[in-house]
Design a protein around this ligand. Structure first.
Ligand code: ASP
Ligand code: MG
Length: 413
């Protein structure tokens, strides 16, 4: 017996017709002999509606009741999907999180999965059930209360089930047909990737390629769950979509797998800060306490014992950052000359595990940007990523130029 995990997102189950269409996909896999664990999201827009109702009723809501309300969208789809499958003579039943049970921490609104005992579902498969339709996004706390896993959490539910049941694969059906080399809305030459490594996907996911919840990719990487992202709106073959997998399963790769961007960045520079031990801690401590998500950090070489410190953060956190720095200055924690803020920057990154073995990726990237006369303001690198901060007005140009420079429209030979 082989277990396949399938997950359908909100747009794929947005109404009863779409549920019927998804059920047909499930029937194909059942006919191949798989027992299917089918994770469903709430119908598109449902969770937002429920969150809105909670906020309207109680602005400082009790998070336990928030979870009780917002988890309910998935219950509806799970029940409807089970009914649809039964109509097709496929033995199926719905499972809410607590019935499985999917055990989580008590961090309501963003609970983490602790364990998924497999006995109950396995017993039902043994008795002839072919599809376990599981409500995504929800679980049960040690106190016996309903929990949710954070927005987009059904992806994480799916991967966790695939790990717990040692599934052959975890297929995530969504409204895009896979993971692309970059955003097709910005670059017409963007190409769907057949395969991408977990680490690359993590970098792309956290850089804003919103295909999968980041936590689901972390989980898949830890348990080596083969994840496939594919469209529920197209006829499927076994090769459809993008396989997110271990790098060992990728035979050939380009140095760069994809180009990611983040549009709303700001650059903040503190001039004339003392160059002494502890200065970085005294600047970034108050920023962290204020909840500012500092991303890139650059400290210039010092002259006469003074230096400039530059960092980037999301544009909508600039005021908070400014306030935290001003207050720290007033308290005499440290001093600086000027606070120079540039709100009109964007971050563009190239990502690829191939960088570990290909030299000169950074030089190639800078050359491509220079050829377009794009000035680089800040650079950071990691083992598999190079990011630059540039003027926002050149962002699309930069993405296109880098996509060309690294030949991403063509698959690796
Ligand atoms: N319905 C939940 C949400 O919209 C969970 C999910 O669909 O992944 O966040
Ligand atoms: Mg989603």
């Amino acid at each position: 017996m082989s277990i396949l995990v399938m997950k359908f997102g909100g747009t794929s189950v947005a109404n009863v017709d779409r549920i019927a269409r998804a059920a047909k996909r499930v029937a194909v896999e059942v006919a191949k002999g798989h027992d299917v664990i089918l994770i469903v999201s709430a119908m598109a827009g449902e969770t937002n509606k429920l969150v809105g109702w909670v906020q309207d009723t109680s602005p400082l809501y009790d998070a336990r009741e928030y979870d009780a309300v917002t988890s309910s969208g998935e219950n509806v789809t799970a029940g409807l999907m089970a009914l649809r499958l039964q109509e097709m003579d496929i033995p199926a039943r719905s499972w809410q999180g607590w019935q499985v049970p999917l055990l989580t921490t008590s961090a309501h609104g963003s609970a983490r999965i602790e364990a998924i005992p497999t006995e109950n579902i396995l017993r039902k498969f043994g008795e002839g059930m072919r599809v376990a339709v599981v409500a995504g996004f929800q679980g049960i706390s040690p106190e016996g209360r309903i929990t949710t896993l954070g927005r987009g959490g059904s992806d994480t539910t799916a991967v966790a089930f695939a790990a717990a049941f040692d599934a052959v694969r975890c297929d995530i059906y969504t409204d895009v047909d896979g993971v692309y080399t970059t955003d097709p809305r910005i670059c017409g030459k963007a190409r769907k990737l057949d395969r991408i490594a977990f680490e690359e996907m993590l970098e792309l996911a956290s850089l804003g390629a919103k295909v999968l919840q980041t936590r689901s990719v972390e989980l898949a990487m830890r348990y080596k769950v083969k994840l496939r992202v594919l469209s529920s709106f197209e006829e499927q073959t076994d090769e459809a979509g993008t396989l997110v997998c271990d790098e060992e399963d990728i035979m050939e790769s380009n140095a760069v797998a994809g180009v990611a961007y983040s549009r709303d960045e700001a650059k903040v520079t503190l001039t004339g800060v003392a160059d002494r031990p502890g200065i970085a801690a005294s600047i970034f401590g108050p920023l962290a306490e204020a909840g500012v998500n500092v991303d890139m950090i650059v400290q210039n070489i010092s002259e006469h014992g003074q230096t400039d410190m530059t960092f980037s953060c999301p544009t909508d956190q600039v005021l908070r950052a400014q306030k935290a720095l001003d207050e720290a200055k007033d308290r005499g924690v440290f001093s600086y000359g000027d606070l120079v803020i540039d709100r009109d920057v964007a971050k563009v990154s190239v990502v690829g595990i191939g960088m570990r073995s290909h030299a000169g990726v950074a030089a190639q990237m800078f050359k491509a940007l220079a050829a377009e006369n794009v000035n680089i303001k800040v650079i950071t690198t990691s083992e598999i990523k190079i990011s630059v901060l540039i003027d926002r007005k050149y962002m699309e140009l930069a993405v296109q130029a880098l996509h060309d420079a690294f030949g991403l429209e063509k698959a690796a030979a």
